[in-house]
Design a protein around this ligand. Sequence first.
Ligand SMILES: [Fe+2]
Ligand SMILES: [Fe+2]
Length: 213
Amino acid sequence: MTPQHEQMYRDLIQMVARSGVQDFLDPYPFRDRPQHMYRCYCWAERILRTRPDADAELTLVSTLFHDIGVIRSTPERLKADHDVLGGPIVREYLVEHGYAPEFADRAAFLVSHHQQRELIQAEGTPIEHVILMEADMLDERGALGIVWDAMAEGAKNAQTYAATLERFKQRKLYRCPERNPMHTQAARTFWSEKQRLHVQFVAALERDLGLAD
Ligand SMILES: [Fe+2]
Ligand SMILES: [Fe+2]
């Protein structure tokens, strides 16, 4: 992360904290929104290494702020429209911090449309938009997806290994092994790695539980 992006991340943490949204946004306290946005930034950085044709600054800034619209959430309207609501927030922040209005407009567009995942593999989607959406989908899958499921099951009153295994098996990574929704070669490889890890983990757990030889 550049020092400028580090400052942005600190500002982002403040914006989310001030909104108070973390108190009601998600039933899982470990699903911290700024941390999610930081992890997506890291995925975008990894993909960008293989795509010098993409505008790296635009991709990284948009990815870092992509879920900022959640600060407008209310207990009645949780994550609804957080993409559309986020566009003007990121635009205002960027202009206030010295970015050109044209750059801020492009970032706002990417943030406003980041939930349109069907566009990942559509022809004509700007590469920066593709990478943002890929990065968003790569987070909380694979190793982190397994940890999420285990922590969520562990928070229940009734905890069993069997229920946790069943939860792992509900993931699309397990149920749809032929599915790879990524577009760039780097992201497709990351997705395949996550899928392999998840499937192998389920198989190992089934053996550990005496359900397979
Ligand atoms: Fe989102
Ligand atoms: Fe996200």
